[in-house]
Design a protein. Sequence first.
Length: 390
Amino acid sequence: MWAQRLAKRTQRMRPSAIREILKLTDAGSILSLAGGLPASDLFPIDDVAAATQRALATNGARALQYGPSNGLVELREWAAGKRKGAKAEQVVITSGSQQGLDLIAKVLLDPGDRVAISAPSYMGALRAFDPYEPEYLPVDMDEEGILPDALEAVLAQGVKFLYVVPDFDNPSGRRATLARREAILEVCDRHDTLIVEDAPYRELRFDDVIYPPLFELAPDRVVHLGTLSKTLAPGLRMAWLLLPEALVDIVEQAKQAMDLHTSTFGQAVSYELVKDGALETRFPALRAHYRTQRDLLVDQLRDNLGDVLTFDVPPGGMFLWATLPDGMDGTALLRDAVEEGVAFVPGESFYPREGKPNTIRLSFSLLDEAGFREASARLARAVAKHQRAA
Ligand SMILES: Cc1ncc(COP(=O)(O)O)c(C=O)c1O
C-alpha cells in the first residue's frame, strides 16, 4: 500500500552498495578492504572531551542555542582562512560534505539536467544527486585526472556542473596534476561550466607535492567542499561549502529549510578542536600513518597478487584502485572473496551505468600488517578459485 504512494524521486534511491558491503563486513570473520572508515585509533578522544568542556565553559548558552543557518562565524572564518582568497561570507557550514553535495544538487538541478562526473566517481555523490533526477555524463580519467578531451566532448552537450575529487580521489586514489587542473579549468571556462570540487582527502598526502585546489585557481567557477571527517572524526559531521558569491544566499536558504543549521554544539566543539592551528598539528601523524598503511597493502598485494592485479600506487588518501585481468568481473569475484573471508568494493559501483567490471577498490585505512597479509592471501585464493571456475 505504501509502495504506490512513494514520490517518483524515490525510484532513484537505490540501496547503496556501500551499505550492503558494510553489512557483509560486520561478520567478524571477514577481513575488510571495503569500507572507507578512517582509522579510529587516531581519533583524539581526550582532545574532544577537553574541547567540549571548553566550548561549554566559554559560552555554553550559545553552543546550546539555535544559531545562524550558515554557521558560527568563528568556524566560517577558520574555514575561509584555509583557502587563499576565500572570505567567511562565502562559507556555509554543513553536516558533513554529504549534506553539501545534497544542497548543491538541490539548488542547481532540475530533473533531466546533465551533470558531468569523473568516471569512476564517489558513489555517495551520485546517491546525493540522484533524487534530483540528473542525467550523468561520465568523463574518463587517466593517472593525471579527468581527460580534457573527454571533458570537452561532454561539456559540449551542455551540463549544469562538473563533479570532481582532484586530490586522492575516492575511488581512484588519483591526484590531478597542475597541468591537468589548468586544462580542466580552461575547458570549463570555455563552456562556462561550474565545478563542484570535493576535497575530503586533500590533507592526506604522502609526499611533498602540493597543487592548488581548483577553488584557488578559479574562485568564481568553483564550489569547494571541505570536511573534518578524514582529519578529525567523521562522527562530528562537520564540513563546509566554499561558494561563489552568487550562490551563497540560495544555499543558505536551502540549508535553513533543510535543518535550520548544523548543530551549534558540534560547531562550538569543532572550533575548539581546530582553532589556533590545532588541526594542522595532526597532519604529520595522519600522513605518516596512512602512508605506512598504503605501503603495507601495496607490499602484500605485490607479494600475493603481483601477477593478477595492476595498480598505480596512490600518492595520498585511503584507497587503491586496481584492475583485474581482462574479462574478470569484480562483482562476481566479490562473492568468491566473501566466501574466502575478504571484502572489497567492485569498481562497477562507482559508475552510474556500465563501468569497468574488471576494477576493484581496496581501502588501506583499517587493517594492520597481519590483516593485509591475510586479506591479500585470501583475495589471491578467491581469484584463483574464480579463474578455475571460469
Ligand atoms: C569523495 C567524498 N566526498 C564526500 C564524502 C563524505 O564526507 P563527510 O563525512 O564529510 O560527509 C566522502 C566520504 O567518504 C568522500 O569519500
